[in-house]
Design a binder for this molecule. Structure first.
Ligand code: NAP
Length: 219
């Protein structure tokens, strides 16, 4: 606020549809329009599919997909009227790699991704840009939140500044998508070359990890 005295802040529970609708109304009342919408809020759900239930799947889909799309649809008309605007949707590498043990989260981010890409084309001639961000592993509270399995991260977490810099660079260049870090893009490309082998390899990796842990516990 010190650097931007005209800025405003609203506290909103994005899991509540009425609060999302009210947020859009309040923002429009305060500023008359939105140039840049960043749909960043999201919840993890590290839970094995055998432990999942439909209510959990629904809640994750609601917050990670339906809520940002609700806000987007509420703010889109004023962008269309002005013929300009940028929408940034924070997806996840999980949308592309379908991280095991996180199927509800993966699916919510995959839905966000598919909607974003279709929307980008639908709005191509309207002056509105859509950018999808695929963070890999960024050092945030996402990995320590309760009601989630303990994460077993295969790579070191990147500092938040790496993600911020990548998003700012993506906005400056008008990128349609960015991966953070960029090398994750190569992993998704390798998966697509042979999805069956990728899934088999992932299962083998998890089996090895489990055996190593069991050996360590016995030692
Ligand atoms: N960290 C990673 O490695 C990683 C990887 C891939 C994708 N992402 C995505 O990046 C985005 C940001 O996550 P993060 O890593 O910064 O995690 P985080 O530290 O847990 O931040 C999540 C944010 O979402 C907000 N949020 C959660 N539920 C909400 C609700 N019902 N209403 C309003 N706000 C809510 C949280 O607000 P409160 O703090 O007030 O609860 C918090 O600001 C998420 O969409 C996440 O899925 C992160």
């Amino acid at each position: 606020m010190a650097h931007s005295p005209d800025s405003r802040m609203w506290v909103t529970n994005l899991a509540d549809d009425d609060e999302v609708d009210q947020l859009a109304v309040d923002v429009m009342d305060a500023f008359g329009g939105v140039d840049l919408l960043v749909n960043n809020a999201g919840i993890p759900k590290r839970r094995h599919v055998k432990e999942l239930d439909i209510d959990t799947i629904t809640a994750v889909m609601h917050l990670n997909y339906l809520s940002p799309m609700r806000l987007t649809m509420a703010l889109l008309p004023q962008m269309l009227a002005r013929g300009s605007g940028t929408i940034v949707n924070i997806s996840s590498i999980a949308a592309k790699l379908s991280a095991p043990g996180e199927s509800a989260y993966d699916a919510s981010k995959a839905a966000l991704t598919a909607f974003s890409e279709a929307m980008a084309v639908d709005l191509w001639e309207d002056g509105i840009k859509v950018m999808v961000v695929y963070p890999g592993v960024i050092d945030t509270e996402l990995f320590t939140l309760p009601d989630n399995d303990v994460p077993d991260l295969p790579v070191a977490a990147e500092p938040v500044s790496v993600a911020v810099d990548a998003v700012l660079a993506g906005l400056a260049s008008g990128a349609a998508q960015i991966y953070v870090p960029e090398w994750f893009h190569g992993v998704t490309a390798n998966k697509e070359k042979d999805v069956g082998a990728f899934l088999e390899g992932t299962a083998a990796y998890l089996r090895d990890q489990k055996q190593k842990k069991e050996q360590e516990q016995r030692a």
